[in-house]
Design a protein around this ligand. Structure first.
Ligand SMILES: NC(=O)c1ccc[n+]([C@@H]2O[C@H](COP(=O)([O-])OP(=O)(O)OC[C@H]3O[C@@H](n4cnc5c(N)ncnc54)[C@H](O)[C@@H]3O)[C@@H](O)[C@H]2O)c1
Length: 251
């Protein structure tokens, strides 16, 4: 399928590794010009900064003469195990919301005027199945993703008349560093005799949550992100699209 994205200008926030890096590579493979933003300057195409800083994102947006597509791939957990929620302290919530939700809002504010000025385009937020089902693993993480799904719909309504489409992409269990921190936080809550290797923990969890019984891979999100940026998706906005092995099914 020809996506016709050649020479489009793309901003990928959270581009150093994992899903964000795969999405950046996916747009480059389509002939796009890609600039990334991440707290980790892992490559030359990345500007270093924290998404909690609106000023840093405004400076990053100013690097673009025009921009066609913006993808927000940052996400962090609390680093604690959430069963039950009082395992966490209320103060554990602030940083997760600041990065996962306010970070995305900062990106939307910094880039919306540029997308409008470019005559249209797309914005995509990486969310999670955790934001659709009251997942207990890490309540601030789940709540931040639920809020971002809601903001996606709000932004899609506001930006629709300007020909800017806004969607969310929800992974289930993807083979990236993020799952290592979830595994590590979970092991700390178990007696040492019950500790599992990462591979055993992942195999057990995947069997439980995925109807296809396999990991999702970062490249699958790149394929969907580039499709959603293309004109083939010109009538898709305000949607949350799950790539999750059927973990969450909506009627
Ligand atoms: N991996 C999964 O199984 C999974 C499942 C559901 C949802 N997601 C979501 O998908 C997205 C990508 O996840 P991933 O697995 O690639 O994660 P990852 O941890 O591998 O990568 C996240 C990237 O964000 C960057 N980052 C983190 N905090 C930042 C900050 N404050 N400012 C700037 N950059 C920052 C990191 O340096 C890293 O490059 C996230 O939004 C995550 O919540 C992932």
């Amino acid at each position: 399928m020809n996506l016709n994205l050649k020479n489009h200008s793309v901003a990928v926030i959270g581009a150093a590794r994992g899903i964000g890096r795969a999405i950046a590579d996916g747009f480059v493979a389509e002939g796009c010009s890609v600039r990334g933003f991440d707290r980790d300057k892992a490559a030359d195409f990345i500007t270093a900064g924290d998404v909690a800083s609106y000023m840093a994102l405004q400076d990053f947006a100013a690097e673009f003469e025009s921009v066609n597509h913006v993808v927000f791939c940052v996400g962090i957990g609390s680093g604690k195990f959430g069963f039950p929620f009082w395992n966490l302290d209320p103060s554990d919530w602030a940083r997760v919301l600041e990065v996962n939700l306010i970070g995305a809002v900062n990106v939307a504010h910094a880039f919306a005027p540029k997308l409008i000025k470019s005559g249209g385009g797309s914005m995509l937020f990486l969310v999670s199945v955790a934001g659709q089902m009251g997942s207990q693993t890490d309540p601030p993480y789940s709540a931040s993703k639920a809020a971002l799904i809601n903001f996606t719909q709000c932004a899609a309504k506001d930006l629709g008349p300007h020909n800017v489409r806004v969607n969310a992409l929800a992974p289930g269990m993807v083979k990236t560093e993020l799952n290592h921190s979830i595994w590590a936080a979970g092991q700390k809550k178990r007696p040492e005799s019950e500790w599992q290797s990462f591979d055993d923990w992942a195999a057990e969890k995947i069997k439980k949550v995925s109807h296809l019984g396999r990991w999702q891979m970062p490249e699958e999100y790149a394929a969907m992100a580039t499709f959603l940026a293309s004109d083939h998706a010109k009538n898709i906005t305000g949607q949350t699209i799950n790539i999750d092995g059927g973990q969450v099914m909506h009627a």
